[in-house]
Design a protein. Structure first.
Length: 1093
DNA sequence: TAGCGGTGAGTTTTT
DNA sequence: CTCACCGCTA
């Protein structure tokens, strides 16, 4: 019978099954009938199984056939891990034990893997595949929670969404008590939200309680003075330090950091409690709760242990501590649990998520007596040449199972076993290529892709792998321009796209105007430029200049847009869109209270002309998809909260942006037949005919050991191996990542690096390059100029300067008639002429930032302190209380620039720093002073100049000028204080400011007798060490000459209207404004340096 | 060789 | 905001 069906003798498990069939035949009559039924069964379910089974190699068969007891399969890349897993499930179902599909639990880490496994299983066993429990760890636990409310509280529980969680964290931060280590008084008050989330996640995935962390910190801090890192090894006579003394300053800093961490960790219970109040739980809870329930209710655990008799785990090397604990619980009932794990220690790259090699070792040791260890070594993916190179690098790792479990004598020498690679002559050898610079590298990769395309290679078989997304940006842009299809996994966040930004600006404007009329003027100015409104930029400039005239009829844009009669009088190029816009805005503002948000949004989309504009454009499909995605988001949120207001929406989006929560859109970027782009991380589990691993330089592939989580953790938290994890560990993880990347390739592997980046800075090739190739085996590639030029012309080079069209010359001239140079105008012009144009020529309405308004209030309070003293008969300062009251009064005037929370915290900050400042200096202040000195109507040659000095302190005829600075001294870079250097030929802004004051005083007749000897920047806030800081700028005649020349030069350039070109700096507000509203097409500059081969 | 001060840059990803 | 790195100094 065996031979009739063509089975070999060594069929293993089949023996029993067939024997069983044989008995059946003997005991029942009608053997023909049975035979037919069996044959039928075979053809339906057995045939595909057997066909596949026959293709397995000996180790794979052993893995499939070993049904009982613990099995550990170590499966290198391309060794058929998924197939073995699926085949084993199939085999369980068809074995004599009559395992039911629902008794099998197969756990994976990603949804993607679940889908892949289910699909594979469907091919092998058909419909039964749907009855096998295949889940991610989290989905499994979530099901357990949802299906057993009696163990998890009867309330309705839902997984928390990203947004809800963020709200919760914000809420916790808002209600921190005064003096709490995480309470921030200025800047981004919610800065720690992200860090808290990360910390809580970590604590929960490791099952660390708050007291446990706090205790670990105590132990850590106590141990600091004994650690080498915190002991001076060398004496320093100047500071009276002996070798062996503790580094007290470093210890103090570390202790401060730890107190922050402790304060954060102690918030975990509150976070948990509040989440529970909301009826929500997070990802970590899913696993932790199930573990807890299993531990507390033995009968519940038992029920589940019996339910799932056979456990299978994919990618076991990625299990975290909690997941591992769950597995242990589920399998604990049996002495020899039927647990089957598959993994590869060499592909363990998720250590930062808590995955530890140790878990595999623990697993082995737990079941040491009966465990079956199988190593899959036959690789069906790659050519031997590729495998050899991969082995060359991974063999440098020490933390590998073959060393850790050396008693087993594991052999992981992976061998190419795919028949297609028999004929070695046709297999291309892996290429290691070096390029002159990144530009050459990118251009060459693109041209190689083109060649592949021309030779008929389906592009979905080509992959570009890199360590970080940004390494692919230029190549992607290039393909885009050349219309070569590509496929990127990285989702696009619609919130980053200009069209959505513009729509959001409309919302923001409407909201601000609704709150308080004319408070949104700044935004309105920007909105006027939106392409869909079709307003001429020249007309905007004309009107900007009109709004500055003394005899203007309107002060505000919003009024001006309503005044159709007036608009007719300017001789505008195209006034129509202006009053159409004016009408739209009024209509929308009116509709804010009567319409739901989605309805209002719909009106805006159509009234404004956005839809019409997009439909006329080149990318209508994509653009409409973007708008729809955003619209759907607004609708969804409105469904959740029917009373959603614009304010709530804007707040929500602001938080989302800050916390990196995206409204993502992927479809359009995925072109089925396109070149694949992956980070090495996400390429795991995929394979490609042609693989290009690019940018193999140290800075990208060998990450520095920065554990850059917001809160630093004491190393006493984890029991051991800390030293390993630091230096060597990081290197080994990086090497595994590279190993994963290399082993994605089937036939053609191309590894490349560049010697210089595009800024002409030297790059260091990764050490892995040396591990896989000798110097003379590498190809040096240079691209010809023609290729480079095309690449240059389409790639995103360092930002080119932006140029715009200026307002009409005669209008600008009119404005310039009244222009006088102030130090801030001078600094602004030197920094970015375009910004100068918007801020000083068009005088765009500007909202005050919170830090600016705070500065104003502090200045005012200090000014009053001195002014009152001067007026006082006894020349006494008023008391501290009065100072703080004055400050509060000034803050009240500025209240509009703050949010409610910001206002409160800023008051707190101001009272603190002003109080300290008062105490520090009140007894030593120089009382021969002038507080606030205004100078105007002064000219330097023919250049009108003006300025306002905070304070002058006199010693006889000599004076020093004091300038108050709010904000931390740490952030005022000290090189702002020095004059021209090679790196900064214009000199620092602070330096220029003081020299400018000197020039002002020299040319101001009432001050003729005074001699300014120096300028002092007086910081109101203490620095981090708790010291008050005053920076002195000495003034010499040479500096005066330099700045005078600067003033004259800049004035001349301004008079010549040389402000149509921006600085192009990435964080420049106005350059970005011009880009967001597409006011200019970037000009392409050719950087000759880059072309040298 | 340690320490100081200034400078520049700034992941990867899953549920 | 924090850390790594560089160059200088004792």
């Amino acid at each position: 019978m065996l031979s009739r069906w063509g089975f070999g003798e060594e069929l293993g498990v089949f023996g029993k099954q067939l024997q069983f069939a044989g008995e059946y035949k003997r005991t029942k009559a009608g053997k023909r009938d049975i035979f037919c039924k069996l044959k039928e069964y075979m053809s339906q379910t057995e045939q595909p199984f057997l066909k596949r089974y026959n293709k397995l190699n000996a180790q794979q068969k052993r893995a499939v056939d070993t049904i009982y007891g613990p099995v550990m399969v170590i499966a290198g890349p391309g060794t058929g891990k998924t197939e073995v897993l699926a085949m084993r499930i199939a085999n369980l179902l068809r074995s004599e034990t009559q395992v039911k599909p629902y008794e099998i639990l197969c756990l994976t880490f990603t949804d993607e893997a679940t889908v892949a496994m289910r699909r594979r299983l469907l091919q092998i066993i058909g419909e039964d595949a749907h009855r096998v429990h295949i889940y991610t760890f989290h989905a499994f636990c979530n099901n357990v929670i949802q299906n057993n409310p009696e163990y998890f509280g009867l309330r309705e529980l839902m997984p928390i969404s990203d947004l809800e969680r963020m709200d919760l964290l914000y809420n916790i931060i808002e209600t921190l008590p005064e003096g709490h280590a995480l309470r921030r008084l200025k800047g981004d008050i919610y800065y720690d939200a992200k860090n808290l989330r990360a910390l809580f996640d970590l604590m929960k995935s490791e099952d660390w309680s708050a007291p446990y962390v706090s205790g670990a910190i105590d132990i850590y801090l106590e141990s600091l003075p004994e650690r080498e890192k915190y002991i001076y090894k060398k004496a320093n006579s100047k500071k009276n330090i002996k070798a062996g003394d503790p580094k007290t300053e470093d210890i103090r800093k570390e202790a401060e950091r730890m107190e922050r961490t402790r304060a954060a960790a102690l918030l975990l219970p509150e976070y948990q409690a509040r989440m529970q109040e909301m009826g929500r739980y997070d990802f970590s809870d899913m696993i932790l709760w199930v573990i807890k329930a299993f531990k507390e209710h033995p009968e519940f655990l038992l029920m589940n242990q019996e339910k799932f008799q056979f456990l299978l785990v994919d990618e076991f090397q990625d299990t975290s501590g909690a997941q591992n604990e769950l597995l242990t619980l589920l399998s604990d009932y049996w002495e020899d649990p039927n647990i089957f794990i598959v993994g590869d220690d060499d592909q363990s790259i998720f250590e930062f998520q808590g995955a530890r090699l140790q878990n595999i070792i623990d697993f082995y040791e737990r079941y040491q007596k009966t465990i079956e260890v199988i190593v899959l070594k036959e690789n069906y993916r790659s050519s031997q040449a590729i495998l050899d190179r991969s082995a060359a690098t991974i063999s440098s790792n020490q933390q590998r199972l073959i060393y850790q479990l050396d008693a087993l004598n594991l052999d992981k020498n992976i061998v190419a076993a795919n028949d297609r690679f028999r004929e070695e002559s046709i297999i291309p050898a892996p290429v290691v290529a070096s390029y002159f610079n990144v530009l050459h590298e990118e251009a060459d990769i693109v041209s190689q892709i083109e060649i592949l395309q021309q030779t008929g290679v389906p592009l979905q078989h080509v992959a570009i792998l890199y360590a970080q997304h940004k390494q692919a940006a230029n190549i992607i842009a290039m393909l885009e321009k050349k219309s070569i299809p590509y496929w990127v996994k990285k989702p696009v966040n619609v919130l980053d796209l200009p069209i959505i930004r513009q729509i959001l600006n409309i919302f923001e404007y409407l909201y601000q105007e609704h709150q308080q009329a004319f408070s949104g003027e700044e935004l309105l100015f920007q909105l006027l430029h939106a392409p869909f409104f079709q307003v001429s930029t020249l007309d905007i400039a004309t009107l900007s200049l009109y709004l500055q005239e003394k005899e203007r009829k309107h002060k505000y844009w919003r009024y001006l847009l309503q005044d159709t009669l007036l608009l007719e009088t300017f001789g505008l190029i195209n006034p129509k869109p202006l009053y159409k816009l004016g009408q739209c805005l009024e209509k929308w503002i009116g509709e804010m209270s009567s319409l739901t948000l989605p309805m209002l949004m719909e009106n805006i989309l159509y009234d404004s002309g956005i839809i019409g504009h997009l439909l006329k454009g080149n990318n209508q499909v994509w653009d409409m998809q973007v708008v729809h995605t955003f619209f759907d988001f607004v609708k969804d949120e409105c469904d959740k909260r029917p009373r959603l207001s614009i304010r709530m929406l804007l707040e929500m989006i602001e938080k989302m942006e800050k916390e990196g929560i995206a409204i993502s859109i992927q479809k359009v970027v995925k072109q089925e037949n396109g070149v694949r782009f992956y980070t090495a991380f996400s390429a795991k589990g995929h394979e490609f005919e042609h693989v290009f691993v690019v940018g193999l330089t140290k800075n990208f592939w060998e990450k520095k050991s920065g554990n850059n989580r917001g809160f630093s953790l004491p190393d006493t938290l984890t029991r051991e191996s800390q030293s390993e994890e630091d230096g060597r560990g990081a290197e080994e993880v990086a090497r595994r990542l590279f190993y994963v990347a290399m082993t994605r390739a089937k036939k053609h592997l191309h590894i490349s690096f560049s010697e210089k980046d595009n800024k002409h800075k030297d790059l260091e090739p990764s050490m892995f390059i040396d591990e896989i190739s000798k110097d003379d085996e590498r190809v040096k590639r240079a691209m010809d100029n023609e290729h480079l030029m095309t690449h240059l012309s389409v790639s995103f080079m360092p930002d080119p300067p932006v140029k715009i069209e200026l307002a009409k010359a005669e209008l600008i001239d009119k404005r310039l008639e009244q222009f006088a140079v102030s130090v801030s105008a001078l600094n602004k012009y030197l920094d970015c002429p375009l910004s100068f144009y918007y801020e000083y020529i068009l005088r765009v309405p500007a909202a005050k930032s919170d830090s600016l308004a705070f500065g104003t209030a502090v200045h005012y309070a200090l000014e009053q302190l001195f002014k009152k003293m001067i007026k006082d008969e006894d020349k006494e300062f008023f008391d501290k209380d009065e100072l703080l009251k004055t400050f509060y009064f000034a803050m009240k005037r500025e209240e509009g620039a703050f949010t409610e929370l910001q206002f409160g915290r800023r008051i707190e900050l101001g009272k603190q720093i002003l109080g300290e400042y008062y105490d520090e200096y009140i007894d030593s202040f120089n009382k021969h002073v002038v507080a606030e000195y205004n100078i105007s109507n002064v000219s330097l040659g023919n250049v009108p100049i003006k300025g306002k000095l905070d304070k002058l302190e006199f010693e006889g005829k000599n004076c020093v000028v004091i300038d108050y600075k709010t904000g931390s001294p740490e952030y005022s870079s000290r090189n702002q204080l020095i004059g021209p250097t090679e790196a900064n030929p214009d000199g620092g802004d602070y330096w220029r400011q003081m020299v400018f004051y000197k020039i002002l005083l020299q040319n101001h007749p009432p001050a003729r007798d005074w001699t300014m000897t120096a300028g002092i920047f007086d910081f109101i806030e203490k620095n981090k060490k708790g010291e008050f800081v005053r920076y002195t700028v000495p003034i010499d005649e040479n500096s005066v000459g330099v700045v005078k020349a600067q003033i004259k030069d800049v004035y001349e350039r301004i008079m010549n209207k040389e402000f149509d070109t921006g600085c192009g700096k990435e964080d420049c507000t106005w350059c970005n404004f011009v880009k967001t509203y597409e006011l200019v097409k970037p000009t392409i500059t050719e950087d000759v340096e880059l072309l040298k081969g």
